[in-house]
Unconditional design. Structure first.
Length: 382
């Protein structure tokens, strides 16, 4: 199998996940990191045994084939464009871009140069979500006609060390957490036709209660309380509530209702979790987990043992390049998710329906055998 050298631009919190988990997968080797702050790159390089580069140096490096863009959302477009212009494949954290125009420009540059663009989230490749996909594809709950999604909390200012950007344009609950939900809905149901939403914010400011910026006040520059309705091309209608203005609630993360039954799905921000299924009656029963390697718990968190396989999408893209097939965390999927999310925010401003101007095919399912083919022969501790 072809081996791809990987470089990472952006050495913030999320970079640790990529550096720690990439060795779980075959075909990719992280060789260098870069950051606008040289000391951040140096620290990550020393911690994970890779080399530190300047951004320009990393983009010019002969041993780097794919560059992972882990910068803040507002910089995603410019950094991904620079990666493509350097002649390298690009894989971006979510959201890919903050406007369709910029996304379409990136796609044109990539196509002209024969390069690939991939984008997180890749959590939909997890064992739980792929098992739900198999249940739906097998027709066990019939045609999906409706659903609900709820991603609600009271924000990040009480725990994140630098929560400022979460409350600025380009973030907020729809663009920050929404990609996990919207992308999973697309892979389960298909593309979205139109959206409508109500949006606002409970308060004009937030006060940080985490360290090291305890007591600082953040001006809220983007909606923090959004309630949307997604109209899918197959006719399904799904409610999405995304809010950082909720102290507590009892809503499930995701439920899908079909003509023959219903599914309760785990949080799409994670790879694994419990699925429950009901037939033509009121009672749910847990679905026995299948033998999918990307659903096996491999990390301990305060919530308990969890499955975390971030970089699966990157590994699949590398494998797809070598095999000449489409990769699952594709440009078209990411761009359609951006269309949906920016459409929700636009509808929240105007109060009217917003028609999607993009579409995409559902990504190919990732069954247990295909997932095993992504993993390294020798397990690496996560």
């Amino acid at each position: 199998m072809q081996e791809f050298g990987v470089g990472i631009i952006g050495c913030g919190n999320i970079s640790t996940a990529y550096l720690k988990l990439a060795p779980l997968f075959r075909g990719i080797t992280v060789r260098a990191v870069a950051d606008r702050l040289p000391e951040a790159a140096a620290a990550r390089a020393e911690e994970y045994g890779v080399r530190a580069e300047t951004v320009a140096g990393l983009l010019a490096a002969d041993d780097i084939d794919i560059v992972v863009n882990l910068t803040i959302p507002d910089a995603h477009y410019a950094v991904t464009l620079a990666i493509l212009e350097a002649g390298k494949h690009a894989y971006s954290e979510k959201p890919l871009v903050l406007s369709l125009e910029k996304g379409k420009h990136l796609r044109g540059v990539a196509e002209a140069r024969g390069l690939r663009i991939g984008s997180a989230p890749d959590t939909f490749l997890g064992g739980a979500h792929q098992q739900a996909r198999a249940v739906i594809d097998e027709g066990r709950i019939g045609r999906i006609v409706a659903g609900t999604c709820h991603v609600m909390s009271h924000g990040m200012e009480h725990w994140h060390p630098n929560p400022y950007f979460f409350f600025q344009p380009g973030a907020g609950p729809v663009l920050d957490i929404g990609p996990y939900y919207v992308t999973n809905l697309i892979q389960l149901i298909g593309p979205v036709r139109r959206v409508v939403a109500l949006a606002g914010s409970a308060t004009p400011t937030r006060t940080i209660t985490s360290e090291p910026r305890y007591g600082e006040v953040i001006e809220v520059g983007t909606p923090t309380n959004i309630h949307a309705l997604l109209d899918f091309e197959n006719g399904a209608a799904v409610t999405l509530s995304a809010s950082w203005d909720v102290w507590a609630h009892r809503h499930g993360n995701m439920e899908l209702y079909g003509t023959e039954g219903s599914l309760i799905l785990p949080d799409p921000n994670f790879f694994g979790g419990r699925i429950e299924i009901a037939g033509q009656g009121p009672d749910f029963a847990p679905l026995e987990p299948w033998a999918h390697p990307l659903g096996v718990p491999n990390q301990e968190h305060k919530q308990g043992a969890m499955a975390n396989y971030r970089t699966a999408g990157l590994a699949d893209m590398a494998q797809a390049i070598g095999e000449g097939r489409a990769h699952r965390c594709s440009m078209d999927l990411a761009l359609h998710a951006v269309d949906v999310m920016t459409g929700i925010l636009r509808s929240g401003e105007t109060g009217g329906f917003v028609e999607m101007t993009t579409t995409c095919a559902r990504p190919e399912a990732l069954g247990p055998e295909a997932a095993r083919a992504l993993l390294a022969d020798t397990p690496v501790a996560a």
